[in-house]
Design a protein around this ligand. Structure first.
Ligand code: MCF
Ligand code: ZN
Length: 329
């Protein structure tokens, strides 16, 4: 069956990573920016492995230069999400890309993004919230500045703080100052860990950063004691199976540990990460999960329950989402 219209909550979505190649090519053309190494001959994002993926991501981002560019991006991203049944999305956005960690510029970008998000919410009913994200390979000092921007703009729309990027360098704990600063400002916390970094990175995220959720976290499966800790402490994993398969972490969906983690009592959710980079959509993720594990309406409703409980939004938004999910059931 097609799961495209089933209502979905998506907790792990990078805003630039959700940009359709056509959108990025269009902006590049308007601004006469050469993006030769970003696309392959078929027009898809071109990378062979994780380090190349990070480079291509950052190269493509060069075309996004103004708040207006981010408005157009936000609309394109939300329309794609809504078309796949997504009713609530949390997106990673970063002053590292929007204004270069200058607080005034960051506020302008945010204002612009929120304006369009409100417009699309009124048109299509999809709700968007932001998680300010520092980039790990930019280092702890830049992460501090990013956290200060996050703390200054924390509120009903900026609801969380997180970290993405190259997990193979430095320790999660090197970023503790940034996470403490965000926590003190009332933000909820998540970090990418246990994708390329292994189980150790997940332990560091829990112990040193004290996060509420973990981005990916799938390599916990290699450490049974850690699986128990995640289950006992109800730390939610933002799992992106299509991303993990596309980047070569697992051969295919059937080899992916999401079902084993869930069956071991870990709270799992499903997201697309950077959908056009990984040739996926939320609809496709659900279809692949159905094919690989026989998951159906009950399993997907359980994913929604977990995502609703783990969403960083305010209680009123959570309540309104709950009502919409009940209407569907
Ligand atoms: O989840 C994927 C793969 N693992 C790690 N990091 C990222 C992923 N997609 C984007 N990122 C990083 C990347 O460094 O997040 C940043 C990018 O620069 C954007 S966050 C607004
Ligand atoms: Zn990610």
């Amino acid at each position: 069956m097609s799961w495209k219209t089933f209502p979905k909550l998506e907790l792990h979505l990078h805003i630039e990573g959700a940009a359709p190649p056509k959108f990025i090519r269009g902006l590049a053309q308007e601004k006469s920016i050469n993006l030769d190494r970003v696309f392959d001959e078929r027009g898809a994002y071109a990378y062979r492995d994780f380090p190349e993926f990070l480079k291509v991501y950052e190269a493509a981002t060069q075309v996004l230069k103004t708040p207006r560019d981010y408005q157009r991006l936000t609309r394109a991203v939300l329309e794609n999400c809504a078309e796949n049944g997504v009713i609530y999305a949390e997106t990673f956005i970063s002053p590292d890309f929007c204004g270069g960690r200058d607080l005034g510029a960051w506020r302008e970008y945010l204002h612009a993004i929120q304006e369009i998000a409100a417009e699309v919410e009124a048109e299509l009913g999809i709700i968007l919230r932001g998680i300010v994200t520092c980039i790990r390979h930019f280092g702890p000092e830049k992460a501090k500045e990013t956290a200060i921007c996050a703390a200054e703009t924390a509120g009903d729309w900026i609801v969380g703080f997180g970290m993405g990027g190259d997990e193979t360098i430095l320790r999660q704990g090197d970023y503790a100052w940034a996470f403490d600063c965000a926590r003190e400002a009332g933000l909820r916390l998540t970090t990418h860990a246990g994708e390329w970094g292994g189980p150790d990175a997940i332990r560091q995220a829990i112990d040193d950063l004290r996060v509420d959720r973990i981005g990916h976290g799938v390599r916990a499966i290699e450490d049974p004691r850690l699986v128990d800790i995640l289950a006992e402490r109800e730390i939610v994993l933002e799992i992106c199976p299509g991303s993990n398969v596309a980047l070569g972490l697992y051969r295919n969906f059937a080899a992916h540990p999401i079902a084993r983690l869930r069956d071991a009592g870990v709270k799992v959710t499903v997201s697309t990460d950077d959908p056009p980079f990984f040739h996926t959509t939320m609809g496709r993720e659900y279809e692949e999960l159905e094919r690989a594990f026989g998951w159906g309406a009950e399993d997907f409703a359980a994913l929604n329950d977990t995502a609703l409980g783990a969403a960083f939004c305010d209680p009123a938004t959570r309540e309104s989402l709950k009502k919409r999910l009940e209407t569907y059931a």
